[in-house]
Ligand binder design. Structure first.
Ligand SMILES: Nc1nc2c(ncn2[C@@H]2O[C@H](COP(=O)(O)OP(=O)(O)OP(=O)(O)O)[C@@H](O)[C@H]2O)c(=O)[nH]1
Ligand SMILES: [Mg+2]
Length: 297
């Protein structure tokens, strides 16, 4: 027990660099929702990995935005800052060879952070044709911060992930585990039900619509070994409601089916999922609506 290492590791970066994909690969289970669109993650989410000699408490965070205006986006940025106070290691995730001013924005936040060791992770290296190009990129990014490790990874393929994990463990403090060994996350089953539905909607709906959606779970009950879940999909306008429902309910039906499959895998139970769509005008900029939808829990 004396050699047991435990610590908090926050995954931080601009939107869409692959933070949630990385978390899922690290803990070998789909916990965090992923999509091709930026600003997918809206809440911090713990993914806890316990082995015989370590417990790594990963925190997936929303992509850091620049000067967000809407209350929803301000909440997302606050989530990121909230993780920085009590953290052992920060994984600063960037997309290899794709630097922009949003990465610069993240660097500025990291410069104000003290106490944590920072690793630079170059994700999506599977898309880099000439690996030699990485050297100049690393050199430029490393001018700004003293990174303890620089690690090229592919969160989607798993390249570099084992090495990353062992480098993390080496730097964690010698402390007993903080969570029971079988605990995987801090979030409730209701949370995952809402998130998996949102993921399917994000994938299926185009343009801006995913940014106007939020999900609440109105009922979550187990009866005769079946989970009965009632979910409400909130939109901001009437026109959005008809798009989410689709022609003769086709979109809702498809989303419900896909989400149910994911939830059955996660909960290892049959799921009976019912969905409704309701309008709440301008909820993305209303503190009160955000509270009602669970953003400040
Ligand atoms: N080619 C490639 N694509 C990746 C890799 N990692 C993630 N992606 C893709 O990048 C997109 C964004 O991935 P996410 O994991 O949702 O990114 P994120 O940083 O969590 O995004 P936000 O939650 O919006 O901040 C998805 O389409 C992923 O499939 C990778 O290693 N290689
Ligand atoms: Mg994410």
């Amino acid at each position: 027990m004396n050699n047991f290492r435990t610590g908090y590791v926050s995954i931080i970066g601009r939107p869409n660099v692959g933070k949630s994909t990385l978390l899922n690969h690290l803990i070998e289970q789909k916990l965090s929702i992923v999509s091709r669109k930026p600003q997918t993650t809206r809440w911090n989410l713990l993914g806890i990995k316990t082995t015989s000699d370590s417990q790594i408490i990963f925190i997936d965070t929303p992509g850091l935005q620049k000067e967000p205006k809407l209350a929803l986006n301000q909440h997302m940025n606050r989530e990121v800052s909230n993780t920085l106070g009590h953290i052992d290691i920060i994984l600063f995730v960037v997309e290899a060879l794709k630097w922009n001013d949003l990465d610069e924005n993240v660097i500025n936040l990291l410069k104000q952070t003290s106490g944590a060791e920072i690793f630079l992770l170059l994700n999506k290296v599977d898309k880099v044709a000439n690996k030699n190009d990485l050297l100049a990129f690393i050199e430029t990014v490393s001018k700004e911060i003293d990174f303890k490790e620089v690690i090229p990874v592919s969160a989607i393929k798993g390249d570099g992930i084992e090495r990353l994990e062992s480098l993390i463990i080496k730097r964690l403090p010698l402390t007993p585990a903080l969570f029971p060994e079988d605990q995987l996350t801090d979030r409730s089953e209701r949370f995952f039900a809402a998130e998996f539905i949102r993921e399917k909607l994000m994938t299926r709906l185009s343009d801006e619509l995913p940014y106007h959606l939020s999900i609440t779970i109105d009922e979550f009950k187990e009866k005769n070994n079946v989970l009965h879940i009632h979910a409400c999909i909130w939109v901001e306008r009437k026109g959005q409601k008809s798009i989410v429902i689709g022609k003769e309910g086709s979109v809702l039906k498809a989303v419900g089916k896909e989400a149910r499959q994911d939830l059955e895998t996660m909960f290892e139970k049959k799921v009976n999922l019912k969905t409704w769509v309701k309008v709440k005008k301008k909820w993305t900029d209303s503190e009160q609506a955000l509270k009602q939808f669970g953003y400040y829990d």
